[in-house]
Design a protein around this ligand. Structure first.
Ligand code: GDP
Length: 296
């Protein structure tokens, strides 16, 4: 995760750290190298530009304090701005509504949506002692509903019984009723994925959203697709009010461009990252910790 950016920034800061004094030219040279490092990590160009402008302005205007060297001061400014770029404060799930709190999971096919649904359900059960039910509304992909049922058994989370031939909106209604009657705290709706963002997909999400009034609508996107992941998120945001993003396959993503650009481009926080195929491979996304990880 972020290895290439981390290495590149490490090299830039190594040069700065030992310096007793830093002039404007030194800062600008360093920032040029940081900009290249960000673009190589696949950060969206406007996001990289904005980042460099903010760091440069702060670094040049910074009062030099006695306790740190100018080099250390620049590193601290980069660290702060990186945290801001990643979203600032950690964004937790907001489920404080009359139960059942609905979490609607949306995303393209193959993004890891169904696996992530089960990962989040497991996490809510284990960490927050929530009573969770999952329901698959994916009637397009054969065996999608069965996949969620099997995952439910694996993590010991209830799933809505499958009725063959029932349509997504009707499944959502049935799931809500069942969750209410049976006293579930959280209902997770795993909606259908498609290969591309298309109008039928968006209309279906909207129809389900109207019925389920979700407390959270989470988009699942594959971090390995880089800027495409950010573009998919932008397309969804225009049509479905997303409350957050889950980036999967971060375990295989050495560059990190999707994670770095997501908040600035879409305005939506990353709430979780998927870090492996195993059902417990899910982490809350904490911008400050991630920034610390990148800067080593
Ligand atoms: P869906 O079509 O979006 O529902 O995708 P699935 O949930 O079926 O996931 C597709 C594949 O991606 C499966 O083999 C998952 O195990 C895998 N997968 C999901 N999340 C992650 C992750 O964070 N890291 C890795 N390495 N694989 C993942």
């Amino acid at each position: 995760m972020f290895e290439s950016l981390s290495d590149r920034l490490g090299g830039v800061f190594e040069k700065l750290r030992g310096r007793g004094a830093l002039g404007e030219a030194d800062v600008r040279t360093a920032m040029r190298e940081v900009r290249v490092a960000l673009l190589e990590a696949d950060v969206a160009l406007p996001v990289a530009k904005d980042f460099i402008a903010r760091v440069t302005e702060r670094a040049i205007g910074a009062e030099v304090t006695k306790s740190v060297t100018p080099g250390q001061q620049v590193v601290k400014i980069v660290s702060d701005e990186l945290t801001t770029m990643l979203g600032g404060e950690q964004a937790d799930l907001e489920l404080a509504v009359t139960p059942p709190a609905v979490i609607m999971m949306v995303g393209l096919q193959g993004s890891g949506k169904t696996t992530t649904t089960a990962k989040i359900a497991r996490r809510l059960k284990e960490k927050e002692r929530k009573k969770v039910m999952m329901a698959s509304l994916d009637v397009n992909r054969p065996a999608a509903q069965e996949q969620l049922r099997v995952l439910g058994e694996q993590v010991d989370v209830a799933t809505l019984p499958i009725i063959e031939g029932q349509q997504p909106v009707d499944i959502a209604k049935r799931a809500l009723q069942a969750a209410k009657l049976q006293g579930f705290d959280v209902l997770m709706l795993d909606t259908a994925g498609r290969l591309h963002v298309d109008q039928p997909l968006m209309s279906e999400m909207q129809a389900i959203g109207e019925i389920a009034a979700p407390a959270e609508t989470l988009l699942v996107v594959d971090a390995l697709t880089g800027q495409d992941a950010v573009n998919v998120a932008s397309s969804f945001t225009e049509q479905v009010p997303l409350t957050g993003v889950v980036l999967t396959r971060m375990d295989g993503d050495a560059r990190g461009g999707a994670a770095l650009s997501m908040r600035a481009v879409t305005g939506r926080p990353i709430k979780f990252i998927g870090t492996g195929e195993k059902i417990d491979a899910l982490e809350a996304f904490d911008p400050e910790r991630v920034s610390g990880r990148i800067l080593g």
